[in-house]
Design a protein around this ligand. Structure first.
Ligand code: IDP
Ligand code: MG
Length: 149
């Protein structure tokens, strides 16, 4: 089954959106297989956002993401990487569609609440970066036959 890495950023945690966001992924039919709260190190944040290291916002982004606790998760399901991105919405919350997490709850690109892997290969490397193998749980929800034909 496909897996994706989702992180509720420090603004999402401070704004009490953890339950709302987990609820949306659960209600959709995806399976939570990893979950922890942490304040990421400078090194972890810089590696995670390494692709953006030449961008002007990189320093602020890393300092924001290390500023407070975030909730790191791994969600599993058919097509979860692309569907997760659709549920999250466009990077700038002002142009994210209503009904998406960023579209419903945000107003600023530097405080856009949530991260989600952008491709299956990115998801694999982000999961390996944030989680040890022992922290991920293989399990089958009883709802599976009611979600998949
Ligand atoms: P994504 O999170 O939708 O994949 P990316 O373009 O990969 O968006 O950018 C990573 C993160 O960097 C964004 O979620 C946002 O927090 C931040 N970011 C991107 N572009 C800007 C910008 O122009 N100003 C400030 N922060 C930005
Ligand atoms: Mg991205």
């Amino acid at each position: 089954m496909e897996r994706t890495f989702i992180a509720i950023k420090p603004d999402g945690v401070q704004r009490n959106l953890v339950g709302e966001i987990i609820g949306r992924f659960e209600a959709k039919g995806f399976t939570l297989v990893g979950l922890k709260m942490l304040k990421p190190s400078q090194e972890l944040a810089e590696t995670h956002y390494g692709v953006h290291k030449e961008r002007p916002f990189f320093k602020d982004l890393v300092s924001f993401i290390t500023s407070g606790p975030l909730v790191a998760m791994v969600w599993e399901g058919d097509g979860v990487v692309a569907a997760g991105r659709l549920m999250i919405g466009a990077t700038n919350p002002l142009t994210s569609n209503p009904g998406t997490i960023r579209g419903d709850f945000g107003v600023s690109i530097g405080r856009n609440i949530i991260h989600g892997s952008d491709a299956v290969e990115t998801a694999q490397s982000e999961i390996a970066l944030w989680f040890n193998e022992e922290e991920l749980v293989d399990w089958t929800p009883v709802s599976t036959p009611w979600l998949y034909e």
